[in-house]
Design a protein around this ligand. Structure first.
Ligand code: PGA
Length: 250
């Protein structure tokens, strides 16, 4: 069974509702599922447009379904607003909002419970890499964030390897070194959950993905897709990525 190469976009704190709506109306026809994680405010408007093959998702959730958590948003709330997936554990949340693996694990569980496909982000910092700690850091993030996750979940789970030093810097990892990390992650999943689970999960690469880097990434056997930030904000670069992925320009 060959896997469809997935393009997941992360808009971060960009675009108002009207900007988001006009953007998605301009994207070229999609031949395979594409995913955009949008600001909460734009979720409902974009999901209601029902654009074929376009799945709309959230960039974060709080683990509890409801309650006195001022300013937070729950899995059932984003689900009803039209989200089909959610990004959890992005490095910006880990760094700027002090999210721990334990807290992220609760979010993964909340997403699964409320029928949202979780996309878990993990990634080492430049310092981890300099210190030769990258593999250990990634292993801890993966295993702690996925603690007690049932094997059957892996059919509907994404993992995004996003080295922190590559995010928003224009310095993407080489496809070869991303492949090595993805191979290691897949082996870890096989060891801890099983062989089928390791094949079913999709592992994305993220960090300065652009139309220039995507073709090499697509050639790697363990890279099942990409998580795109900056390049997904402009219609020109996003459209080019879609076209390259579906083979129009190759
Ligand atoms: P970038 O962001 O593509 O702008 O590096 C990726 C991400 O943070 O998910």
């Amino acid at each position: 069974m060959s896997k469809q190469f997935r393009v997941v976009c992360n808009w971060k704190m960009n675009k108002t509702i009207s900007e988001a709506v006009s953007f998605v109306k301009e994207i070229p026809p999609l031949l395979a599922p594409n995913y955009i994680a949008v600001p909460f405010t734009a979720l409902n408007a974009l999901a209601s447009l029902d654009i074929p093959m376009l799945q709309i998702g959230a960039q974060n959730i709080y683990p509890q379904p409801e309650g006195a958590f001022t300013g937070e948003i729950s899995a059932p709330q984003v689900r009803e607003a039209g989200a089909e997936f959610v990004i959890v554990g992005h490095s910006e949340r880990r760094q700027l909002f002090a999210e721990t693996n334990e807290f992220i694990n609760k979010k993964v569980k909340a997403a699964i419970l409320h029928d949202l496909l979780p996309i878990l982000c993990i990634g080492e910092s430049a310092l981890d890499r300099e210190n030769g700690q990258a593999a250990e850091v990634l292993k801890t993030q993966l295993l702690e964030s996925l603690k007690e996750i049932e094997p059957k979940t892996f059919r509907n789970l994404g993992i995004a390897y996003e080295p922190v030093w590559a995010i928003g810097t224009g310095k993407a990892s080489t496809a070869q070194s991303a492949q090595e990390v993805h191979f290691m992650l897949r082996n870890l999943i096989q060891e801890h959950w099983g062989e089928d689970e390791a094949q079913e999960v999709f592992i994305l690469y993220g960090g300065s993905v652009s139309p220039d880097s995507i073709e090499e990434l697509m050639k790697q056997p363990d890279i099942d897709g990409v998580l795109v930030g900056g390049a997904s904000l402009k219609i020109k670069t996003y459209s080019k990525i879609i076209e390259l992925v579906r083979g129009d320009l190759s």
